[in-house]
Design a protein around this ligand. Structure first.
Ligand SMILES: [Zn+2]
Length: 377
């Protein structure tokens, strides 16, 4: 037996109204001048103004320069805003993009150089040595689960290549997961982000890495998402369904410290080559890739079918996924979303180079990726 280390370190305040606890939490931590890091679109919406009404007693500034797939220059602008405000804490408020930027704004506020010098595979990667500003995270979508993750995905400005800062030091000191923040999300975003959360749970469970703790979380996260996703899409103000999806999202991201699989390699390629939304990309690929994975681990598909409450064995899981996609309005394949045969070589190249499929339950070659993309067209 090999020795394995497990870590589930983030304190999570979960439930409706959790956002109202942030101010006292920061005051107790000795913070007075937080910088909110958020999306440009969110900065103009009532949800941010409402959140700010719960921050009395604090001197708050807002950096809302996050948009699209966030870039290094956005991070550096956020760090400049932190210094200009003489801030002492970061509040990440938003979807995965805003939270990923928020995680490293604190790093660049107290370290030299450019954020891309801190990505894990930089040939002369710089170390995070200084103590980081206090950081709390509030997700406003239920998909990436970035609030509990220890990686930050930042794109190079000119090439759009995604780079990853990976360190336990950038974990949030506390998460405030408040499903009321997601009540205004439109159905299409709920559907796409929710499929990302479901994919995290399913792919991490199917990964062969040894992590029984994450396997348990992934199966329960799958069960919760399977129960709630269609309701959250059909009834946007159903608070129970919103809470379930936020929990499934958090659980999916905790589970995928165990690793993901080939669905995510395809999704990363589709985002880079075709600028496709990450959750939608997963949704368009998951049934095709899992149908192909099935023969490698049929007993695991039995478990997935069981937690989703399906009558049959593991063979029922992929048909159920297709039915779920139709119910939440994700119909048609890649071709309907602007992907053409001309994109294929680049998609195959990017997916094959992506690290996620190394823990796919079935080895996935470039030729396999080509067949999978074609099947999903
Ligand atoms: Zn994902």
């Amino acid at each position: 037996m090999t020795l394995t280390r497990f870590s589930f370190p983030t304190p999570i305040h979960f439930g409706p109204g959790a956002r109202r606890l942030v101010a006292q939490h920061l005051l107790d931590a000795g913070c007075r001048r937080p910088l909110i890091v958020t999306d440009r679109a969110l900065g103009a919406l009532p949800v941010l103004a409402e959140f700010r009404t719960h921050l009395s007693g604090l001197d708050v500034a807002v950096f809302d320069g996050v948009f699209g797939n966030p870039t290094a220059s956005q991070v550096m602008a956020g760090a400049a805003a932190f210094k200009a405000h003489r801030a002492d804490a970061v509040i990440g408020f938003g979807g995965g993009a805003a939270l990923d930027v928020a995680k490293v704004v604190g790093v660049m506020a107290v370290h030299e150089g450019d954020v891309l010098e801190y990505v894990w595979d930089h040939p002369q990667v710089r170390a995070i040595v200084a103590e980081l500003p206090y950081f709390v995270a509030l997700p406003t979508t239920s998909g990436t689960g970035s609030e509990v993750g220890r990686s930050s995905v930042i794109s190079e400005d000119d090439t759009h290549v995604k780079r990853v800062v990976f360190s336990a030091k950038i974990l949030a000191r506390a998460v405030f997961a408040d499903p009321e923040l997601t009540l205004a999300l439109p159905p299409a975003i709920t559907a796409a982000t929710g499929m990302d959360a479901l994919t995290h749970n399913v792919e991490s469970y199917l990964s062969p890495a040894y992590h029984p703790l994450c396997d348990g979380i992934a199966l329960e996260g799958t069960r919760i998402a399977a129960r709630a996703l269609a309701t959250a899409v059909a009834e946007p103000v159903n608070l129970q369904a919103r809470a379930d999806m936020m929990m499934a999202s958090t659980m999916g991201a905790i589970a995928f410290q165990k690793d993901l699989g080939a669905v995510h390699s395809c999704a990363h390629a589709l985002s880079a080559a075709c600028d496709m939304h990450h959750g939608l990309a997963n949704a368009l690929m998951i049934d095709t890739v899992l149908a192909w994975n099935f023969e490698a681990v049929p007993e695991k598909f039995d478990e997935l079918a069981h937690v989703c409450g399906l009558a049959g064995d593991g063979a029922a899981f992929v048909p159920w996924l297709r039915e779920l996609k139709a119910r939440i309005g994700i119909t048609g394949g890649l071709a309907l979303r602007g992907v053409t045969a001309a994109h294929l070589p680049r998609l195959v190249e990017l997916a094959a180079a992506d690290i996620c499929h190394q823990t796919n339950p079935r080895p996935c070659s470039a030729a396999d990726f080509e067949r999978l993309f074609q099947a999903a067209m």
